[in-house]
Design a protein around this ligand. Structure first.
Ligand SMILES: C[S@@+](CC[C@H](N)C(=O)[O-])C[C@H]1O[C@@H](n2cnc3c(N)ncnc32)[C@H](O)[C@@H]1O
Length: 382
């Protein structure tokens, strides 16, 4: 019998839905649909867990238990939630938390929604016929997410047990690090793929080059996620163990050229330690040098992608004073990486314009609470 499938909503860093959709399309070989803030697809419990194991771009994976259920009032929401098939996913007494967002509804308070949903799910679990199962203290806490829009609500289970960007390797942080899934999404959006030489001459904690090397080495990013869904009643544990063991044996030495440099010795140390934890340090060349200083010995790679996430200011005045720095960065990049493609993260078109001629903003997204652009183009035109 074919396992039952459910709608899955995989959350993307806002603005980076397209690379997530491309990744999920390749991972699942099924239909994926971009929606605001993420990607929707259909999958069974194993598919949902496999996305948490293999997706580099996902921020969170939600399994939708109740899609657009009637919620014209709190009482009706309560009844609708109670009628959902909770025993497929949860055990009686399972510790639960609920997070709700409410917009354009008759009722405004998210905490009231959270309370009603929690009680309704607990009641539904108590009503179901008793079966022997794990004790409460053996069960992981499951987070439920509720989204009320107007008179409808969508109720989901957080499959991965929280945000998926943490891979476990990045324990040493330099200044202003990017989230790992955001770095992977930027690489994908900029057209990088395994085999293309990659250079990050302002590497900070090394996120871009480590993500790229792990990708090239087919290392699954999600072994450390707690994934409460694995304890669902009737979860196909034996099949999952096979999937995890296949993922472990898929990992290989990354082939390719990965160059990371930073002028700050602390950032270089952080990159080296993080890459060591990720198991890819042997594949990276890591230099302590300022962009503009000669690369010695020169890179022996054919032209590939240079990716940079230079410092920027939060205010226009700060960005005006950063203009000479960007001009210098642009001159160094165009000289040292002539013929390479550039992908640069920068909030300000005037600053980005100083990095090279003809750069094009291919998307905007949020990082550290501000909107930034992803600028791409060819280096060496100056
Ligand atoms: C925003 S951080 C990069 C963060 C990085 N993408 C990450 O995820 O960890 C910018 C980095 O640029 C480095 N930097 C600034 N000016 C530089 C220069 N002229 N040459 C090399 N590195 C520079 C800083 O030391 C800092 O580590």
């Amino acid at each position: 019998m074919k396992p039952q499938t459910w709608p899955l909503f995989v959350v993307a860093p806002p603005g980076l839905e397209a690379p997530l959709a491309a990744e999920l399309g390749a991972l699942t070989e099924g239909a994926v649909k971009i929606e605001e803030g993420g990607v929707r697809l259909q999958g069974d419990l194993l598919d949902a867990a496999a996305i948490c194991l293999w997706s580099r771009c996902a921020a969170r994976t939600l399994l939708i238990v109740g899609d657009e259920i009637p919620a014209p009032s709190l009482q009706q929401l309560h009844a609708s939630v109670q009628g959902l098939p909770w025993r497929t996913f949860l055990h009686p007494g399972q510790p639960l938390t609920v997070k709700a967002t409410v917009k354009e509804a008759q009722f405004k308070r998210a905490d009231a929604v959270e309370h009603h949903v929690l009680v309704a799910v607990e009641e539904a679990l108590r009503k179901a016929p008793r079966q022997d199962g794990p004790r409460r203290w053996e069960l992981p806490t499951v987070e439920l997410r509720v989204r009320v829009r107007g008179k409808k609500a969508t109720v989901s289970i957080d499959v991965g047990g929280g945000l998926l960007h943490k891979r476990g390797y990045r324990q040493n942080l330099a200044r202003a690090p990017l989230r790992e899934n955001l770095a992977a999404s930027v690489l994908l959006a900029a057209g990088w793929q395994p085999g293309v030489p990659l250079a990050d001459p302002m590497c900070g904690s090394g996120t871009f080059t480590i993500e790229a090397a792990c990708w090239a080495g087919e290392r699954a990013p999600g072994f450390d996620h707690p994934m409460p869904i694995l304890k669902a009643p009737n979860f196909p544990t034996a099949k999952w163990k096979e999937i995890v063991s296949e993922a472990r044996s898929a990992a290989k030495v990354p082939v390719g050229s990965f160059y990371a440099a930073d002028r700050d010795a602390g950032a270089v140390r952080a990159t080296r330690e993080n890459a060591t934890r990720a198991g890819v340090v042997e594949s990276l060349r890591i230099d302590n040098r300022s962009l503009g200083d000669p690369i010695n010995p020169p890179l022996d790679a054919k032209p590939g992608l240079v990716v940079i996430n230079p410092p920027w200011g939060l205010r226009v005045a700060e960005n005006v004073s950063l203009a000479p720095l960007y001009h210098k960065l642009g001159a160094a990049l165009n000289k040292q990486f002539a013929g390479w493609r550039l992908a640069a993260i920068c909030p300000d078109p005037a600053l980005a314009g100083r990095l090279g001629r003809g750069l094009e903003e291919i998307t905007r997204f949020e990082t550290g609470g501000i909107q930034v652009g992803l600028w791409v183009g060819k280096l060496g035109r100056e």
